[in-house]
Design a protein around this ligand. Sequence first.
Ligand code: AMP
Length: 301
Amino acid sequence: MSIVVVGSVAYDTVETPRERRERQLGGSASFFAVAARGRGPVRCVGVVGDDFRAEDLALLARHADIAGIRQVPGRSFHWSGRYHADLIERDTLATELGVFADFQPEIPASWRDAEYLFLANIHPALQAGVLDLMRSPRLVALDTMNLWIETTRDLLLAILRRVDVLLVNEGEARLLTGERSLARAAAAIRAMGPARVIVKKGEHGALFFGRDSVLAVPALVLDDVVDPTGAGDCFAGGFMGSLAEAGVGRDAPDAAFRQAMLDGTVTASFCPEGFSVEGLLRVDDAAYARRLAELKAMMVP
Ligand code: AMP
C-alpha cells in the first residue's frame, strides 16, 4: 500500500571529527523515502530550489515517486551541523528554510487516496496542509523537533489531535510535555491525540508506547559510525514501510506494531554507517536479514 511523505528535501553540511561534507543530499523526506523503499510505493511531497542537482533528484526518483517535489527559483533548504567527538551530540550551525519558507504543498490527485501518510519533520503548517488534502488514510504518523515545539506549539498541538503515531526523541518528548519521566511524557502525548508514541533514544534504541503495551527495542551495536544524520527519519521509513507492507492500520492491535519497531530499528542501523544516504544504499536483502537476526538475538536471553 502506498505512503505519502512530506518533509524537507535538503542539502546538509555536516562536520564530524574526521570529515566535513558540504551540501550533501539530506532532509527528512529524503532519508525517509530511501529507507522505506521496496516496501510499497513511496510518494514524496516537498520543494527544492534551482540549486538542487539533477543527480540528487534522479537518486530520489530511483526509490520514490517524486512528482510531488516542485523545483522553484531560489535556494534549497539547507541544514548544517557539527558533531562532537562522541558522534552523538551535535550543534546545529544553520537552518536556512530557503524555498520552504513560502511553499504551498500540492498533491497529485491520484495520491490523495494513499493509505499511509508520514508527516516528516517540517513546519507544522505544511504538515497540516498535506493532511488536509488527503482523503482517509489508514494511518498518519508525524515527526517533529525542538524548533517547532518551541516556535509553533499551537499549530503542532492542533495537528497532533489528528495523528495516530508520534515519533520524537527523548528531549523532544520532555520539551513537548514538561515531564521528565518518559512514561509520563508518553501518557501526556497520548492525551494530546496520538494513540501511539515512539520515543527514539539514539544509540540506546527506541520505546514504543501503545494502547495497552510498552516495547523497548535496543539499537544495534555498530562497529563504526560515520554520520548519524537522518537516522531518526530512516527509523520512520523502516517503521512506516513495514506497516504499509503488512497493511497495519490505526485499528490494529499493538502487537501489529511490534514487527514494525524491529524493521525501523534495523533500517536505521544502516544510516550512520555512511554520509547522507550512502549507508542505506548499501543495504541488500542478505545484509538486512543478518541484522534482523542480530537484533533478535540481542533481545532474547
Ligand atoms: P535527524 O538526524 O534524524 O534529526 O535528521 C536530520 C535531517 O533533518 C537533516 O537531513 C536535515 O536536513 C533535516 N532537518 C534539520 N532541521 C530541520 C528542520 N528545522 N526542518 C526540517 N528538516 C530539518
